[in-house]
Design a protein around this ligand. Sequence first.
Ligand SMILES: C[S@@+](CC[C@H](N)C(=O)[O-])C[C@H]1O[C@@H](n2cnc3c(N)ncnc32)[C@H](O)[C@@H]1O
Length: 185
Amino acid sequence: MTRRQFSPDDPERRKWQDPVEILSLIGLGPGMVFVDIGCGDGYFALPAARKVGHRGRVYANDIDADAVERLRQRAAQEGLDNLVAEVKEAEETLACEGCADVVFFGIDLHDFRDPAQVLVNAKKMLSPKGKLVDLDWKDQPMPVGPPPEKRFSIDKARNLIVSAGLRVVSVQDSGPYHYLITATR
Ligand SMILES: C[S@@+](CC[C@H](N)C(=O)[O-])C[C@H]1O[C@@H](n2cnc3c(N)ncnc32)[C@H](O)[C@@H]1O
């Protein structure tokens, strides 16, 4: 797997993206179910598991088996038994149906083979009041992130989300390099 992975403690990334702040902003709290699609090493899944606590649950999926294994080990070290990390392709994955308070995409919607299908799956996982969160790279020049041709503009992401049958609720900046879109069923 050649795709760049971020360590959960990456000090450089924390300068421009604070996972705890973002999870608070989207309203994640104790007892909630958080689905992290394309979780990598758990930059968001680990703080999410700490936040939802023992009554909540985090389902974290990725195609990168090494990253999933590192995430499992880190969760075990911390005693986070509310985190279920599995090697799965997002296009083929439903962690559950109608269970998720949050289905989260951490800088990765543009990475998927079939983002439209992944969003249809996300809709099925959302609870009636659940929230889809798409955090992704702004489509403009900057010193970090994927090449321009890989990025999704806000309009492109919004259109994909709406085409999956979801309702966009908000679009905002998230730090210097990212936008954050929220949507509901
Ligand atoms: C840029 S990384 C982001 C990882 C993590 N969300 C974060 O914020 O650090 C993109 C992730 O998407 C995963 N990925 C790419 N295509 C995928 C697919 N079809 N299904 C599941 N995961 C996928 C990659 O393996 C990688 O871990």
